[in-house]
Design a binder for this molecule. Structure first.
Ligand code: MD3
Ligand code: FE
Length: 216
């Protein structure tokens, strides 16, 4: 007989260690989504999403902004964290309390205890946007984890090893999923496949990813 589970597939566990030091918390951000969406509107009114240029001269398909004491920026001269938004000449918007609450709750849930991020990099993917294979190594101290929050349309996230050529594993990251990347996973190569189309009822035709970092 066909069971319901043959049709809907396995149910994801609420908490899963996907690599050494990396904990996936399915749906962890859902209860924060209203406050997070309101805070996101406040941040992007002051620091709108923009597509930045890489040192190689390519305009990124992902649009970005930041909040917190500094923001991640790229231009023809390189990647760095900078206290001022180069587009406005003003400091980046403050980290909203709803963002801080989400990041510290998730880090504690994953077993990382105290985590007070100083930067939140905000990525916006529209259909076709992708992020090519990279490591995150512009932060000062890799002992601190990165907390990532996925909102809106789902994406295929690819997670490799410490060498660019290591094989990657794929994970679907859906609305509300949170991953805490610490320990041995912190410097692993990763990428996001081109976003498929679709419409999310709160976030529309987009995926938003928040990454909370101790950068300074
Ligand atoms: C693993 N963002 O902003 S989130 C990035 O979905 C970035 O927008 C992706 O990669 C996104 O740098 C992926 C998951 C993620 C973020 C940072 C990591 C995984 C990570 C840093 C180290 C290891
Ligand atoms: Fe990254």
């Amino acid at each position: 007989m066909t069971s319901l589970f043959d049709i809907i597939g396995p149910i994801d566990p609420p908490r899963e260690t996907i690599a050494e030091g990396a904990v996936l918390l399915r749906g962890q951000a859902v209860s924060f989504e209203r406050d997070v969406l309101a805070a996101l509107e406040t941040v992007t009114a002051q620091a709108p999403f923009r597509r930045m240029t890489t040192p190689g001269g390519h305009v990124m398909s992902v649009a970005m902004t930041n909040c917190g004491a500094a923001g991640w920026v790229t231009d023809r001269t390189g990647y760095r964290y900078h206290a001022v938004d180069p587009q406005s000449g003003r400091p980046w918007p403050e980290m909203p309390p709803a963002f801080q609450a989400l990041a510290s709750t998730a880090a504690a849930e994953a077993g990382y205890g105290e985590f007070a991020p100083d930067v939140c990099l905000i990525n916006r993917y529209e259909p076709g946007a992708r992020l090519s294979l990279h490591q995150d190594r512009n932060e000062r101290d890799f002992a601190r984890p990165i907390v990532s929050v996925s909102l809106g349309l789902p994406a295929i996230f690819q997670f490799g090893g410490l060498k660019r050529t290591d094989p990657v594993r794929e994970f679907a990251l859906r609305h509300g999923d949170v991953v805490v990347w610490g320990g041995a996973s912190r410097l692993c190569f990763h990428s996001v496949a081109a976003l498929k189309g679709g419409v999310h009822d709160r976030f529309g035709r987009a995926r938003i990813n928040l990454t909370f970092r101790g950068a300074l």
